[in-house]
Design a protein around this ligand. Structure first.
Ligand code: DGY
Length: 468
């Protein structure tokens, strides 16, 4: 039996340890870094997740986290993947590699790409779960204009054709950097076309595989391509009209867009809460448009949802059996028949239901890798998307069972292994000498801690209690 109060205490300690206070433009910002072991800046969707845990232990910090996240918003509305803490050098690529200074808000320098749009979802969750109405109203007033501007940026620059589906132009934007879903689109960038100066830079400065375990991290070829894209966009002066047309990597990502659906629904709710009724319909309509576009990505032959490679005029479905499929549940996309198929797939121990579900790639996929980053390991963050998706279909007996079990199993996985970045889905049993040790990636990880708080709060709302 997992001792919830113990996890909560330890989770709070991790979030405290990763608090980073920094004064910029004469103002004190309180940010939570993912882990001081390596990720020493503020990450976009990490911070959105941190706030969803912090709201249950320290409301002021939850507000501060999100307000710090929007503090580096660009004039065009972009809220970047990373907001940098000056003087920190552990992480590569740091601020000097992006060429984004002219878009900075004074001393607040960021990277030039974004991450999955969890911000509005988090802000709405924080607002709804606040117990201090006056402070929550103040927070809402401050954050809302930044979220509106961010959504308008995403729609204008990432969906110029008004398809309902946003385009990501870098695997880092997807959040699932080296997922097998990006193998084919990344192959659009032959290694031999990457300038030597980019390769030299990666060879000289790449640090994740030295500070962390190289076997858990993306391969070198991936890194050359990641940094080539940064180099290219920088040479185009971060002109997003050009980037969207000419980037050799451009994907309509089903996970990113399932979140985009939910983010617009959340923004419509935030606007309603703020009494700003005239904008509600606009974002509610964007949500519906995305939901319809996602419905069209069901591939009956392989019975999964497919991402689309849309680089340089292409329109090619990407057929990989990964966790991204299940995020469509959160966007209420699948019809009754598709829900049954997805639940069956999710509950299958040979695909997605091993000792610690849900692996990020199906166990029986030829692309599955047990310990390498997003190519197989189980991540608490993607589990919460699946959990929230299952909640939409809770009247189905199997969905309810999986929902209850996945909350319990995710908490258990964290309690048994510690606050790691990701976990071996087989509980370590497939690694010689590692039986019962599932920990992977960096430790003392903030979003793992935040998710423990979020899920232990959710456990209190479960109708049918589960043993775990
Ligand atoms: C990394 O450096 O591993 C991150 O995923 C980039 O956002």
């Amino acid at each position: 039996m997992t001792d919830l109060s113990n996890i909560r205490k330890k989770a709070a300690a991790v979030l405290q340890k990763n608090l980073y206070e920094v004064t910029l433009n004469g103002k004190l910002y309180r940010r939570t870094v993912p882990t001081k072991e390596f990720y020493v800046h503020q990450w976009n969707w990490d911070s959105a997740t941190h706030a969803m845990g912090l709201i249950h232990i320290d409301e002021d910090r939850a507000y501060d986290e999100l307000l710090a996240l929007v503090s580096g918003q660009w004039p065009n509305g972009l809220i970047a993947q990373i907001t940098f803490n000056p003087k920190e050098t552990k992480y590569f690529p740091g601020p000097q590699f992006w060429g984004t200074e002219k878009f900075a808000n004074g001393e607040i320098i960021t990277s030039g790409i974004t991450q999955p749009p969890l911000l509005a979802i988090s802000a709405n969750y924080v607002y709804q779960n606040s117990k201090k109405p006056e402070k929550a109203e103040k927070f809402l007033k401050k954050i809302l204009p930044a979220i509106v501007k961010y959504h308008d940026y995403l729609k204008k620059y990432r969906d110029p054709e008004d398809s309902g589906m946003l385009t990501v132009v870098h695997p880092w934007e997807s959040g699932l950097d080296n997922s097998p879903r990006f193998d084919a689109p990344l192959a659009n960038i032959p290694l031999e076309t990457i300038p030597d100066e980019v390769k030299v830079l990666v060879n000289q400065f790449r640090s994740d595989d030295k500070i962390g375990d190289a076997k858990h991290r993306p391969g070198m070829d991936d890194y050359y391509r990641y940094m080539y894209l940064v180099h290219l966009f920088k040479s185009w002066d971060w002109d997003y009209t050009k980037i969207i047309q000419q980037s050799p990597f451009a994907v309509k990502d089903i996970l990113f867009n399932s979140l985009w659906y939910k983010a617009n629904e959340s923004l419509a709710q935030l606007l309603t809460s703020a009494g700003n009724f005239e904008l509600v319909e606009k974002y509610a309509n964007w949500a519906i448009q995305t939901q319809n576009a996602l419905k069209n990505l069901w591939d009956e032959k392989v019975q999964i949802y497919t991402d689309l490679d849309v680089s340089l005029g292409k329109h090619e479905p990407i057929r990989e059996n990964t966790i991204a499929n299940f995020t469509t549940l959160w966007a209420n996309v699948p019809d009754d028949k598709q829900v049954k198929l997805l639940l069956k797939k999710l509950a299958d121990p040979k695909q997605f239901w091993p000792a610690y579900p849900v692996p990020t790639t199906a166990l029986n996929s030829p692309k599955f890798e047990l310990i390498r980053y997003w190519r197989g390991p189980t991540w608490p963050i993607t589990n919460i998307f699946v959990i929230e998706g299952l909640a939409n279909y809770i009247s189905d007996t199997l969905a309810e069972k999986l929902y209850n079990e996945l909350i319990a199993k995710t908490l258990n996985m964290i309690a048994q292994n510690g606050f790691f970045e990701y976990f071996d889905p087989t509980k370590g049993s497939a690694r010689p000498g590692k039986d019962l040790d599932a920990s992977l990636g960096f430790g003392t990880f903030s979003w793992t801690a935040a998710i423990s708080l979020y899920l232990s709060h959710k456990l209190g709302t479960i109708k049918t209690p589960v043993n775990f």
